[in-house]
Design a protein around this ligand. Structure first.
Ligand code: GDP
Length: 441
């Protein structure tokens, strides 16, 4: 409500520097940015591994770490200290489980990473979907200890991997974790590698987009530094951090049209009263640009740009930004809107086809369509076909019902037109639970 009284009577003008933004970006020493989601069976060591990454990269201070360690020891759960880094609710700590989604950031020399954490509990799949919908790639954590790998496979390992693939995540890094519990046995690693590889390719991941790292999150071996355990000397590949940094996989769609999903609309300073924050999904922009905001179709002027909290003349895909805007009434701006350039606008659509993974039975039914924070009531109006998971070819046309675990092509109709285009990640919910997730075609 506090935005209502902002005056738009007076037209502001800002001179554009007419920069070649892509050339500026290539010249700049700016870090790349990447979001990843962590998946895997409960207790595979996801939280510990992520805590280790944050601690090793200096994203958390020693004092905080020591405090966690002390608290953990007090209740006899010393090894949980790292997991708690990600999970600061005391209630969860006392139970020794991680339950909430947490966003955490750490930097390496080349890249600013954001972890969209995903806990392994069965009830928390919706959180993982929210994470997966923002992820550039996934880290799949596997417990290599005897018996645990096998039970994980029957558990959430496959389900999670299939889900992120259905959401359009192409790259997957497999952390074969807890290698300390099997004395870094190479045969064990290779057996796991073979089985997971075969499953992941069946789920639709391309061979070149899958990698495996034997590691121990608890000890920090092959995470940020190579293991110095003699038993692990057979492994000469990358550490987890080196693998995450392999940068060509993070190439965002810089040369595509501008798309920025608005996270927040807020009042800035007196001189710069109206701001929006969000992430550039594709393309680039610069100060002085005239932008178009959808679904309203209103235009605005970019007065200033902040990238990761610092002023800059421009921004490119993958960056988290704050844009200060002029010449627009804030009533036309909402969380979930899409910002673009008038030269290549995103269309507002009310009907679309999507390829989704079903979590529950699908039939013609009411659903809420979620794209990031945007959600619109609608319905599945047609089941076009069930699809073969690996080939994507129709296995059954016009099914009456689609069973959980099946990939299907469906037609969705929404009650209102919203800015959507292929290949956007969408989630379908019904009666408070997630019934399907996938990609708009
Ligand atoms: P999550 O449920 O996947 O987040 O798993 P946690 O990170 O909470 O870890 C589950 C349990 O495995 C905890 O007791 C951890 O201390 C333990 N753990 C995690 N990583 C390792 C590891 O590399 N080696 C060993 N031996 N234990 C580990």
């Amino acid at each position: 409500g506090g935005l209502k009284d902002l005056s738009v009577d007076e037209k502001v003008s800002v001179k554009s520097k007419n920069l070649d933004v892509l050339a500026e970006y290539n010249k700049s020493k700016r870090k790349k940015s990447a979001n990843f989601v962590v998946i895997g069976h409960v207790d595979a060591g996801k939280s510990t591994l992520m805590g280790r990454l944050l601690a090793d990269q200096g994203a958390i201070d020693q004092r905080t770490l020591d405090r966690y360690r002390k608290e953990a020891e007090k209740i006899g759960k010393g090894s949980f200290a790292l997991a708690w880094v990600l999970d600061q609710g005391s209630e969860e700590r006392a139970r020794g489980v991680t339950i909430d989604i947490a966003t955490n950031k750490f930097d390496t020399e080349s890249t600013a990473f954001t972890i969209v954490d995903a806990p392994g509990h069965k009830d928390f799949v919706p959180n993982m979907i929210a994470g997966a919908s923002q992820a550039d790639f996934a880290v799949l954590v596997i417990d290599s200890s005897t018996g645990k790998f096998e039970s994980g496979l029957k558990g959430q390992t496959k389900e999670h991997a299939l889900l992120v693939r259905s959401m359009g995540v192409q790259k997957i890094v497999v952390a074969v974790n807890k290698m300390d519990t099997v004395q870094w046995n190479r045969d064990r690693f290779e057996e796991i590698e073979q089985q997971i590889f075969s499953f992941l390719t069946t789920a639709g991941f391309q061979e070149k987009n899958i990698s495996f790292i034997p590691c121990s999150g608890v000890l920090g071996d092959n995470i940020s530094r190579r293991s110095d355990n003699a038993q692990a000397s057979w492994y000469t590949g990358k550490t987890l951090i080196e693998e995450l940094e392999t940068s060509e996989r993070y190439t965002h769609a810089l040369d595509k049209p501008l798309r920025m999903t608005v996270g927040d609309v807020f009042r800035g300073s007196v001189q710069n009263p109206l701001s929006i924050s969000g992430r550039l999904d594709s393309g680039s922009l610069q100060i002085g640009d005239q932008i178009l905001t959808m679904p309203s179709g209103e235009t605005a002027l970019v007065r200033s740009v902040e990238v990761d909290g610092e002023p800059n003349d421009w921004a490119v895909a993958g960056q988290n930004v704050v844009l200060n805007l002029a010449n627009i009434d804030p009533i036309h701006l909402r969380s979930g809107d899409v910002v673009c350039h008038a030269s290549s606008p995103i269309p507002n659509i009310a009907t679309f086809t999507a390829k989704v993974l079903a979590f529950e039975h699908l039939m013609p039914m009411m659903v809420d369509v979620h794209r990031g924070r945007l959600h619109v009531p609608g319905r599945i109006s047609k089941l076009v076909a069930s699809l073969d998971k690996a080939s994507g070819e129709p296995s059954k046309k016009r099914p009456k019902i689609v069973a959980p675990g099946t990939v299907a092509r469906v037609v969705i109709e929404m009650d209102q037109a919203v800015p959507l285009e292929a290949p956007t990640r969408i989630v379908l919910r019904h009666g408070g639970s997630t019934v399907a997730a996938g990609l708009l075609e």
